[in-house]
Design a protein around this ligand. Structure first.
Ligand code: ZN
Length: 169
């Protein structure tokens, strides 16, 4: 698995690039970046759950990558977002919720290839019992701290070039 910080940074940077180049600031309020960043880390809820389970049962289980790292969760959030988007009793409010579900879906989805690159796991298609073996074994784990820094620096340079650093302060 990648570091927690990497998951958050990658989700925020990718969503911000979409905000910048695809949707525009007005259609993509900044709070969505925060939600997307947190969603980028959500699949790792299975790590503290493993700790709690082990603490209570004196086991040595590791649930990481077993259930929450399935593509089914981003698809559920995407579906809920689409339902909100097209359910138009109160259009404005529903669109906001649609956006929230869309960024949760995106943040969650971005977690999966990252963990895949950092070591690989086989449960993308849970609860279907199909094992997947397409994760490359690049051993990126050794470079994890440097990778965080590189992504962050590249993003800061990008923001500075566009004079947008002040947006975040
Ligand atoms: Zn993970």
């Amino acid at each position: 698995m990648a570091y927690a910080v990497t998951h958050v940074i990658v989700a925020i940077v990718v969503l911000d690039l979409f905000r910048h180049y695809v949707f525009g600031k007005k259609k993509f309020p900044r709070f969505l970046l925060v939600i997307g960043g947190i969603a980028g880390l959500l699949p790792d809820i299975d790590v503290p759950l493993s700790w709690t389970y082990n603490f209570l049962t004196r086991n040595q289980s590791n649930f990481h990558g077993q259930f929450t790292h399935s593509i089914i969760f981003p698809l559920i959030f995407l579906t809920v977002g689409i339902i909100y988007y097209y359910h138009s009793n109160n259009l404005r409010k529903n669109k906001k919720w649609a956006q929230i579900f869309f960024v949760i879906s995106a943040g969650w989805a971005l977690h999966l290839p990252l963990d895949c690159l950092f070591g690989g796991y086989e449960t993308f298609l849970w609860p279907l019992g199909i094992k997947t073996a397409f994760c490359p074994q690049w051993n990126l784990r050794d470079y994890a701290p440097g990778l965080d820094a590189l992504i962050l620096i590249a993003w800061l340079v990008h923001e500075e070039i566009h004079n947008r650093i002040k947006d975040y302060i």
